[in-house]
Ligand binder design. Structure first.
Ligand code: HEM
Length: 426
């Protein structure tokens, strides 16, 4: 790229994004950036300007199709930016219909029952590494737990759940463009169509919006990705903060743990989705006094807007005015936010309850972050702790009856499969 656009891809940005936002902000509330090699975009860093864009769907539509025709196949940002017929990429009446169905289905989730499931699953994950006295809490805990929560609320039977988790992890790792996830979700939707249950997929299929099979598949695939990658980062970023930040890292075994406060702080200062909320103006528009070209992506820097000095005053604890969950018509639906907060808090509390003498295994400055323009995601979170006494969990002793399948193109037999078998007692 010939102009002086700041790169949001690559290790320099990942190492200290707030330094980049501070520098860009000096030139105004929007900045020209590059989100992948030769892919220009505009980043909105001002809090007021972010709200202006997010609350004006007429001037800032979500449909990326004209832009995406100009982007090379295989471009690393396409899996998260290319059009899909789901509520995230649609506008107007179609968006309202799809979002209404998703929101109503999520609102029926029993968060108390979900919390119990989450604690049991969290315990099973912790049991697995606890005897070692060390773990990578990103890889061995935060990365998988939210996916297990999503497959639970979707009522996925174990084999399909396994396929969904493998497909979603492959999508997050850029190994696959989401086709593996779509195939597994289509299988789940077909199963629920013939045998409904008390779960989000069945509620979505029965919704008065009358979703087609494909619409249902697309909305559920969105829940599997939108509902898990940010949650994994929320859990890991909150654990990191509690372990390394002097304001929070006290006596973690002290009893009254400030987990909810740490969660709020992360949502302000290290939001799991740092830059996203992509919109594609169809003609040149002005944002913060700067022209934004037509058919080029405009990204909201949720992380930059949250730390905009114009709003960065006063306490953050209990203050939900941050933009971590977006704003406007495409904001993260309230029932999804409720699930996210409950899951984030319970997942962190479970680790601290089980491993009270947890400490970081490397200095804070040695922790590495994954590169990429969108997420704020630790590459790993190594910790150590005195191994706790082993606990017997009778519920793990009765594996669910499952039909085993041979690995196929969409059924990789990786580490997750091995873990999943173990979780089921196999
Ligand atoms: C820490 C966790 C989460 C964060 C930080 C987060 C953040 C966001 C943000 C910023 C958006 C707006 C994106 C945009 O404007 O383009 C969004 C949308 C969405 N989120 Fe979340 N989210 C989280 C968890 C979840 C969960 C658990 C679910 C579902 C189980 C979920 C479902 C959705 C859906 C369906 C949308 C699209 C809404 C629409 O386009 O109308 N999210 N989320």
């Amino acid at each position: 790229m010939t102009d002086d656009r700041t790169r949001l891809h690559g290790p320099e940005f990942a190492a200290d994004p707030q330094a980049v936002y501070r520098r860009l902000r000096q030139a105004g509330p929007t900045a020209p950036v590059e989100i992948a090699p030769d892919v220009p975009a505009t980043l909105v860093l001002g809090y007021a300007e972010a709200l202006q864009v997010l609350r004006d769907p007429a001037n800032f539509p979500k449909d990326p199709r004209t832009w995406q025709r100009t982007v090379a196949q295989g471009c690393p940002v396409l899996p998260l930016m290319a059009y899909r017929p789901n509520c995230l990429f649609t506008d107007g009446a179609t968006h309202a219909r799809l979002r209404g169905a998703v929101t109503d289905a999520l609102a029926r989730v029993d968060t108390r029952e979900l919390r119990t499931h989450l604690e049991e699953t969290g315990d099973a994950l912790i049991d697995r590494f606890a005897p070692d006295g060390k773990a990578d809490l990103m890889e061995q805990y935060a990365r998988v737990l939210p996916l297990l929560v999503v497959t639970r609320i979707c009522g996925a039977p174990p084999v399909i759940s396994e396929e969904i988790v493998s497909g979603a992890l492959a999508l997050f790792d850029g190994v696959d463009d989401g086709r593996g996830l779509d195939t597994a979700v289509a299988e789940l939707v077909a199963a629920k169509r013939s045998r409904p249950g008390p779960d989000v997929v069945s509620w979505l299929l029965a919704h008065q919006a009358g979703l087609t099979e494909d619409e249902a598949v697309q909305q559920i695939a969105l829940l599997c990705s939108a509902g898990s990658e940010p949650l994994q980062n929320l859990i890991a970023n909150t654990l990191r903060l509690l372990l390394v930040d002097e304001r929070f890292a006290g006596d973690l075994s002290g009893g009254s743990l400030p987990v909810a406060d740490a969660l709020d702080e992360v949502l302000w200062s290290d939001p799991p989705i740092a830059n996203y909320g992509t919109v594609f103006p169809t003609r040149e528009v002005q944002v913060g006094g700067n022209p934004v070209p037509a058919d080029q992506p405009l990204l909201i820097s949720f992380a930059g807007a949250n730390t905009d000095p114009a709003v960065d005053a006063g306490g953050r604890v209990g203050n939900r005015a941050h933009l971590a969950f977006g704003a406007g018509r495409h904001a993260c639906p309230s029932p999804a936010q409720r699930i996210a907060r409950m899951t984030g808090t319970a997942a962190v509390e479970r680790v601290l309850d089980r491993l009270p003498d947890l400490e970081p295994a490397v200095p804070a400055e040695a922790l590495e972050w994954k590169s990429g323009p969108f997420h704020r995601s630790l590459a790993s979170l190594p910790v150590r702790f005195p191994p706790p006494p082993q606990q017997i969990r009778p519920w793990l002793g009765s594996p669910a009856p499952v039909v085993r399948r041979e690995p196929g193109p969409n059924r990789p037999a990786g580490r997750w499969t091995a873990f999943s078998r173990w979780l089921r007692g196999g």
